[in-house]
Design a protein around this ligand. Structure first.
Ligand SMILES: [Fe+2]
Ligand SMILES: [Fe+2]
Length: 265
């Protein structure tokens, strides 16, 4: 099936698919790090290898295949290698969260954000093939979220991190998704060295890409699902029902996630 002709000239679709293809394809780097961290947890290691790794690699492959067909002049492999040079050191164990519960929590943040980005892209895309791809990706990210959420609960029963620590972990990891993961993936995309001919669209700067993505997220964000997934791990016992606490958290959270403004976080 060939892509719609309009997709080829749409810069935003290219940058969105290429950044996701890089970040998804780099998952083996994280699996080795997480295997070291969760060395005493064979069930987790099995799941990482048999489910998580397989599905994330497939996400990268699907996006890459679409890119190769739609923008054949883009040299994916060397551009990906340029991304890995900068990204790989950040996958090291020293950059992970300081405990097994908090690392699982930060994975919940990444899975939530990727699920939501894919839900928004599904709504935004006009090509039925891309829509179907985004639907598959977002539903699998929700599955990953569920597993990491269970892992967080399991470890936090012993580690007992309070709500401020949890919120801090959520906010910090969320900033990294935008400021590190996606921005590093964006960097090589416009580099002429990775194009075998002129680009069929007008290049976007990082700021332009952020503006267009932010606008899309505002219009398309499935607020209820995002709120539920992102903040569920903050719930602990009775205090959660306490109104002033909820109001304070809601304020902090909405400052961090303006897309959720208007929701009942
Ligand atoms: Fe994925
Ligand atoms: Fe995932």
């Amino acid at each position: 099936m060939s892509a719609e002709p309009t997709v080829r000239t749409d810069a935003f679709t290219f940058y969105a698919l290429a950044t996701l293809s890089f970040v998804e394809s780099s998952v083996p780097e994280f699996v080795s790090t997480l295997n070291v961290m969760y060395a005493d947890d064979p069930e987790m290691r099995d799941w990482l290898r048999e489910t998580w790794l397989r599905e994330e690699i497939e996400h990268g492959r699907l996006a890459r295949t679409y890119i190769a067909r739609t923008w054949p002049e883009f040299d994916w492999q060397p551009a990906y290698e340029a991304f890995l040079v900068r990204y790989k050191p950040l996958c090291d164990v020293e950059y992970m969260r300081p405990s097994l519960a908090l690392e699982a929590l930060s994975r919940c943040v990444i899975e939530t954000e990727t699920a939501m980005i894919y839900r928004c892209l599904e709504a935004e895309m006009t090509d039925p093939e891309l829509k179907a791809m985004m639907r598959k990706l977002s539903s699998e990210e929700v599955g990953h979220y569920r597993y990491f959420r269970k892992t967080f609960d399991r470890y936090n029963a012993a580690e007992r991190h309070g709500v401020i620590r949890r919120l801090h972990t959520i906010v910090k990891r969320s900033e990294m998704v935008r400021d590190e993961d996606i921005s590093i993936a964006f960097e090589p995309l416009s580099d002429a060295a990775f194009w075998r001919g002129p680009k069929p669209f007008k290049e976007m700067t990082w700021q332009e890409f952020l503006d267009v993505s932010g606008d899309m997220m505002k219009r398309r964000m499935p607020v209820e699902a995002a709120t539920r997934m992102m903040f569920k791990p903050l719930e602990t016992g009775v205090w959660w029902r306490d109104k002033p606490t909820r109001a304070l958290l809601s304020f902090m959270v909405k400052r961090q996630y303006p897309q959720l403004a208007g929701s009942d976080a």
